[in-house]
Design a protein around this ligand. Structure first.
Ligand code: SAH
Ligand code: SF4
Ligand code: F3S
Length: 472
């Protein structure tokens, strides 16, 4: 038996139980901000609390406990949470027993300082300490403030069966790893999420299998850098051949794709420096692995990329784009862009625009650089691009992306696509919406179709954001 076979032959310990979230005597209102990782973590928190007598409620006024899972990625994300906390003051005045806890990245970044700054907060818990929440709540009940922001090198919550919150019953997230070791100079995540660690592949496949059994049709594998997923630890904690025989991301994705041909597989986020041809080959091999890659570029200029410590150049990035187009010709590609990073010149900004012209992204998330405390960029470089310049550059980037999104969508007009129906259109209750493998939203008249099924749709029109079609 090879090391890899040995790793995979081991049985999963115990079988996760179904958790009841509606019968607990205490009432929890849980609210999440930030990335998919946080939403996925909230499902773990709900699960831990359900086992400790809490039911989740949809009405904040009914709650005995409000937990806010927070994001620190940009200053604005933190301001949103602070405003929200302010709003809770009124609720606390009305209900003397109400407790408020802050979880996630802001909790980790600010630690007990958050208790001093936001007097209404009773509880502060970082992303690796969620198992401790019941104990911390006991302390809160005794009238103390409670904090646990210890980061871990091992915690993956692999054995906890997440409780699906606000689910459509069709699409779900599966967390495959935690933390990040990359240290991009602008980014707060390595400080708030700690060291990178991968989750046992058997528990990931088992979670996908259970979701498929419950009728889910799509899973998104989540990590800050999924391409560095790596598992080589046996149940006894032995490390097998540190350099070989590991389960890498391509292997893991293949294992999940094999759960059911009816279960779509997506993933996020890929890192340009680590994305291998092997991953692209596996994507090309399985029809149910969606033809969509989110590949954040951040900047089109190699010097800026170096200053950001991204670990690749413009040329390297373009080589990865060429590889995607080679293996998966109809793959959609999206990106993240930061404009106005420390010292960014007008020429460097033009290079971001020219890279966008070269790639023609289907979609992009675009941000103005926001300096984050303690990051290398904050310590080493000056946030010297004036606000109005950042704004103007951002507008140029957004306008160009709108043009490209429309161009890319126009290319889909006149063609037929298999889509997974996700629900009823928000704008028109006689229409349904779903996504193509390429992640583009398609809206079409309902007829007899139902959410959670696959249908073929002929696309006859589009905007920059959606396709319009008819059932075939
Ligand atoms: N792990 C992912 C990104 C996670 S954060 C990756 O490496 O691609 C999501 C996005 O937020 C980043 O891709 C980046 O574009 C943006 N971002 C991160 N820090 C930022 C900052 N300080 N200011 C503005 N945008 C930032
Ligand atoms: Fe942040 Fe970079 Fe890690 Fe992404 S890869 S989370 S941008 S440090
Ligand atoms: Fe925000 Fe933390 Fe995610 S900072 S983007 S919630 S990892």
């Amino acid at each position: 038996m090879t090391g890899k076979e040995k790793l995979l032959a081991e049985e999963l310990q115990g079988s996760p139980t179904v958790i009841d979230t509606k019968t607990g005597s205490k009432k929890l209102f849980l609210e999440s901000y930030g990335c998919a990782m946080n939403f996925s973590d909230s499902e773990i928190v709900a699960s831990i609390l359900a086992e400790n007598g809490y039911q989740t409620v949809d009405q904040i006024d009914d709650a005995d406990l409000i937990l806010v899972n927070t994001c620190s990625i940009r200053d604005k994300a933190e301001q949103t949470v602070r405003n929200r906390l302010n709003h809770f003051k009124g609720l606390k005045r009305k209900n003397q027993h109400l407790k408020v806890g802050v979880l996630g990245c802001m909790a980790e970044r600010l630690k007990s300082q958050l208790l001093e700054e936001e007097k209404l907060v009773d509880l502060v818990v970082g992303p690796d300490a969620y198992r401790d929440i019941p104990k911390l709540l006991d302390e809160v009940e005794e009238g103390q403030k409670a904090v646990n922001v210890l980061l871990s090198r091992e915690e993956t919550y692999a054995d906890i069966n997440p409780v699906k919150l606000n689910t459509n019953g069709i699409t779900a997230f599966i967390s495959i790893m935690r933390g990040c070791d990359n240290m991009c100079t602008f980014c707060v995540v390595p400080f708030t999420r700690g060291r990178e660690r991968s989750r046992d592949p058997k528990s990931i496949v088992e979670e996908a299998r259970q979701l498929a059994e419950q009728g889910y049709k799509e899973v998104t594998l989540l990590g800050q850098n999924v391409d560095s997923y790596r598992w080589n630890i046996t149940k006894k904690g032995e490390v097998i051949n540190p350099d070989e025989e590991v389960v890498n991301f391509a292997n893991l994705m293949e294992m999940v794709a094999q759960v059911s041909p009816d279960l779509r597989v997506r993933f996020s986020t890929s890192h340009p420096k680590d994305m291998t041809d092997e991953v692209l080959q596996v994507m090309a091999k399985y029809e149910n692995i969606c033809n969509y890659i989110h590949l954040p570029v951040q900047s089109g200029n190699s010097e800026v990329l170096k200053k950001m410590n991204r670990g690749y150049t413009r040329e390297w990035y373009m080589d990865r784009i060429a590889a995607i187009n080679k293996y998966i010709p109809d793959c959609a590609i999206s990106t993240d862009i930061i404009t106005g990073f420390c010292g960014e010149t007008e020429e460097q900004h033009q290079e971001t625009l020219s890279l966008m012209e070269q790639v023609k992204y289907d979609f992009a998330y675009m941000y103005k650089y926001s300096e984050r405390p303690k990051t290398l960029a904050e310590r080493k470089y000056e946030d010297d691009v004036p606000e109005e310049v950042k704004s103007r550059r951002l507008t140029e980037i957004v306008d160009l992306q709108m043009k490209h999104s429309l161009e890319r969508n126009k290319k889909m007009v006149g063609k037929d696509y298999k889509i997974l129906i996700e629900g009823v259109s928000k704008k028109n209750k006689d229409e349904l919406f779903g996504r193509t493998s390429q992640n583009t939203v398609v809206v079409f008249p309902k007829k007899d179709a139902v959410p959670g099924t696959y249908v073929n749709v002929h696309v006859h029109d589009c905007t920059a954001a959606t396709l319009k079609g008819e059932l075939i």
